[in-house]
Design a protein around this ligand. Structure first.
Ligand code: B1M
Length: 210
């Protein structure tokens, strides 16, 4: 069942994906295992793109297919108590349009009890600062980047938040495929997480410690 879901995502079977995910759930697969298998598949698609075996349209349709599948899984992943842990602003940094990972992190944060303000993709440092001004009770800002070329924008965002005077009132968490704990430390972020599940755990940890 998982193999069918993976093949459908890899080949961009947009129309079939919902029923395949439902069949996998009916067969006893957990939402988490289905999600993990699709994340693995996107890695495979990325490797094929790098080897010039697939191109942007194929990568895009695989992404859209995964997003449709996530739509089926979302209600099963979101838990009770949404918002109880406070506000969290999240977005993909300026110049970067990848949002599947960021959306999963947002979903897991919501499921962990945060009220999530999702700014979407290609978010400028100014937009983060503006949103912080409108939400001074925000506890965490999450920055996602998938391109090595947009890591710089992540650094610029941390700098803008610091210069706007919010550095003592919010924690900044960063993540995304090219991001490392060393880079997070170098740019002055408070936390790094490698995946959506650990991002939610880490977020809970840092607000409890604050
Ligand atoms: Co893009 N792309 N892409 N792409 N794309 C990558 C990232 C790439 C690695 C593919 C490759 O060459 N192997 C490569 C980057 C190379 C590099 O920078 N070193 C690449 C490239 C080059 C590009 C373009 C430049 C291609 C071009 O135009 N020539 C272009 C850039 C567009 C732009 O952003 N300006 C581009 C475009 C696209 C599409 C639009 C076609 C599509 C995105 C669609 C969308 O997101 N709506 C796309 C896709 C799908 C990919 C791959 C195949 C898959 C990404 C993905 O969704 N993964 C990707 C290859 C890969 O990642 N191996 C690739 C699944 C997702 C669940 O994982 O996003 O890593 P991920 O998120 C994880 C963790 O990273 C972490 O948790 C998530 C869940 O567990 N995480 C956080 C993420 N954010 C976090 C934040 C946190 C904490 C954890 O705290 C706040």
């Amino acid at each position: 069942m998982l193999k069918d879901v993976m093949t459908a995502v890899e080949n961009g079977k947009f129309k079939e994906i919902e029923s395949l995910v439902k069949s996998a759930l009916d067969a006893g697969e957990t939402p988490e295992s289905i999600l993990d298998s699709m994340i693995e598949t996107m890695g495979i698609v990325g490797d094929r793109f790098q080897r010039n075996e697939v191109f942007i349209p194929e990568m895009l349709i695989a992404a859209k297919t995964m997003q449709k599948a996530v739509g089926v899984l979302s209600p099963l992943l979101v838990g009770a108590g949404v918002g109880a842990k406070g506000k969290l602003i999240i977005g993909t940094v300026c110049g970067d349009h990848h949002d599947i990972g960021k959306n999963l992190v947002a979903l897991m944060m919501e499921s962990a009890g945060f009220e999530v303000i999702d700014l979407g993709v290609d978010v400028s440092p100014e937009k983060y600062v503006e949103t912080l001004k409108a939400n001074p009770d925000c506890k965490i800002v999450g920055l996602s980047a998938l391109l090595t070329t947009t890591m710089e924008a992540m650094e610029a965002t941390v700098k803008a938040i610091t210069e706007a005077g919010f550095r003592n009132s919010v924690k900044i968490m960063v993540g995304g495929a090219p991001i490392t704990p060393e880079f997070a430390e170098k740019i002055g972020a408070d936390a790094y997480a490698s995946d959506a599940g650990s991002a939610a755990r880490k977020a809970t940890e840092i607000i409890s410690a604050a």
